[in-house]
Structures are given as C-alpha cells and as structure tokens.
Design a protein around this ligand. Structure first.
Ligand code: GLN
Length: 287
C-alpha cells in the first residue's frame, strides 16, 4: 500500500482531533506536521502530495495522539516563542502566554529604572520557564537578575532555557518562597507573573490547562490574590528607595491590587491595558 500523503494525514488527524473535542484541530495538526517535516506551517500546501516515510509518520502519529488527549500544543512541540526568544516548554512550568509580553514591555519601557547611574538589579518572582527574566536579560544585558521559583523542576527548566540562549551567567537562580530570605533594600525592581486565577475559576479553564499545566502556577486562592497579597509586603522590604514593582494581574483585579499596593506604601501606582483593553499589568514605586 502506498504511504499516505501529507494532505491525507493532515485531513485524518484534524478529523480525529475534532472528534476528540480539541479546539483548533486543523491548526494543531498542521503545526505538528510542519515540525515533523522541518518546514514552516505555511509551506505545507507545497508539500501536500509528499508521502510521509515511516519514521516521520510515527512521530506525527505520536504528536497527534498527545494532542488528542488534550495536551497543549506547546508541550507537544516542546517550545514556544516569547518576545522573539524560542523557549523550551514542558509540564514543569506554565506555558508562556502572549499577555505576559506586556509585563516585559512595561519593564523595558520604564525609563527611571534603566536611567540609573549603576546597572539595576531585578528579581523575577515565580520565574517558571524563565520567560520574563530571559526576555529582560536579552534586551538589557547590563543589568543583574535574580530568578526565583518555589518549584525546583521549573527552575531547572528556566536554567536550561538560559543556557540555550547563552544568558545563564547573567542570572542568579534561587529556589524559594517568593522573596523570603532576600536582603532588605537590595533590589531595584521586582517583576512577577504570580498565580492569580481565583480557585472557583479553575474549573472553568479549558481541559488542556487543568489537566496538563501546573496548578500552582495559576491558582491564586479564593480571590486570586493570595500570592500577590503575600508578595507585596516582601517586595516593599526588599526594594531600594525608588525601587519599582511590576505585576501581571487578571481581569477585574486592578482596583484590588492597586489598593493592596497602596496599603503597603507604594506610590505612583499605574495600570497598563492589554490588546483586548483589559488592565493586565500594574506597577508602582517605593518612594
Ligand atoms: N494568564 C494566565 C491564564 O489565564 C494566568 C497566569 C497567572 O495566573 N499568572 O491562563
């Protein structure tokens, strides 16, 4: 029997994924196929009549099987692009989300932080894949960085990413709970995409998040702010005067987070909107 062609395999994989209730079935099948062929997804039509030889066929099958049980595309492909960097991604850490690029862009755009006489020292709290600290270190190589995570496997993944990108030496890695143990008045900025999803919303997230991504990276307790509430006072203590905190937050949380910041003593508190017009990042300064 002739080997099935790229076109035939894509059609049957998309059908299988659809039947399994997977969103964006065709798109995911195409991503998996382009990986197997080592081409760009948009080049697939040019290769549609090509037969797939057995080793490639087997890796495509394996990818489709993983997608069919709901595993996120980024875990199946094994990497994701964030701020132009290709990062390895697997179930040790949350998949970097496009909205987190706004957090990084807000830090990059903060002139008072970068105009200091000496290179600033920044901490990324809950680094996960390392996406935030690596994007910052690649754009602002003169600064010093501390990346923290409570979860050892996530920290290992972040470090692997740093090594792949040649950024490992710029970053100090530490396993630990938020900023516990970090000396007072030692940091110029604290950046964090801490978990902020309210526990009750957990059940409403798609299956591929609930069953495959680490819950500890997302679940922020009853109102979603349990971690941020603990992080803010520690942040205030560890920042130098004129230090700045930057937080990613969820839909509708800006008011509450701004009040928490003000209670801790932060000033000049502002929010930035994401592309869908939602307040997504809040920041403030220690005066
Ligand atoms: N943006 C993520 C999501 O909604 C949440 C990230 C977080 O809790 N820090 O899936």
């Amino acid at each position: 029997m002739a080997e099935p062609t790229v076109l035939e395999l894509l059609a049957s994989a998309a059908r299988r994924l659809e039947v399994a209730g997977i969103e964006e079935a065709r798109l995911k099948a195409e991503w998996a196929m382009s990986r197997v062929l080592g081409c760009r997804r948009l080049e697939l039509p040019l290769r549609s009549r090509e037969p797939l030889v057995p080793p490639a066929f087997r890796s495509f099958e394996a990818a489709v099987q993983r997608l069919a049980i709901g595993e996120p595309l980024q875990y199946v492909l094994g990497d994701v692009e964030f701020m132009g960097l290709v990062l390895k991604t697997d179930p040790r850490a949350l998949i970097p989300r496009p909205e987190t690029e706004l957090l990084v862009e807000t830090v990059l755009a903060c002139r008072p932080l970068w105009d200091r006489a000496r290179a600033p020292f920044l901490a990324d709290v809950g680094t996960g894949t390392g996406c935030v600290v690596l994007a910052l270190a690649s754009r602002r190589p003169a600064a010093r960085y501390l990346a923290r995570d409570l979860n050892r496997p996530a920290l290992d993944l972040a470090r692997e990413n740093a090594i792949r990108l040649g950024l490992a030496l710029r970053i100090e890695w530490a396993e630990g709970d938020l900023l516990e143990g970090v000396p007072a008045a030692s940091l110029d900025a604290v950046v964090s995409n801490a978990p902020y999803v309210p526990t009750a919303q957990w059940e409403t997230l798609t299956r591929s998040i609930r069953e495959f991504e680490p819950r500890t990276a997302l679940d922020g307790g009853p109102d979603g702010l349990a971690v941020i509430r603990r992080l803010l006072p520690q942040t205030f203590t560890t920042l130098v005067t004129e230090g700045i905190v930057f937080l990613e937050i969820g839909d509708g949380q800006a008011g509450a987070v701004q009040s928490l910041m003000a209670e801790c003593g932060f000033a000049d508190i502002q929010a930035r909107l994401d592309l869908s017009g939602r307040e997504r990042v809040v920041f403030g300064a220690k005066r």
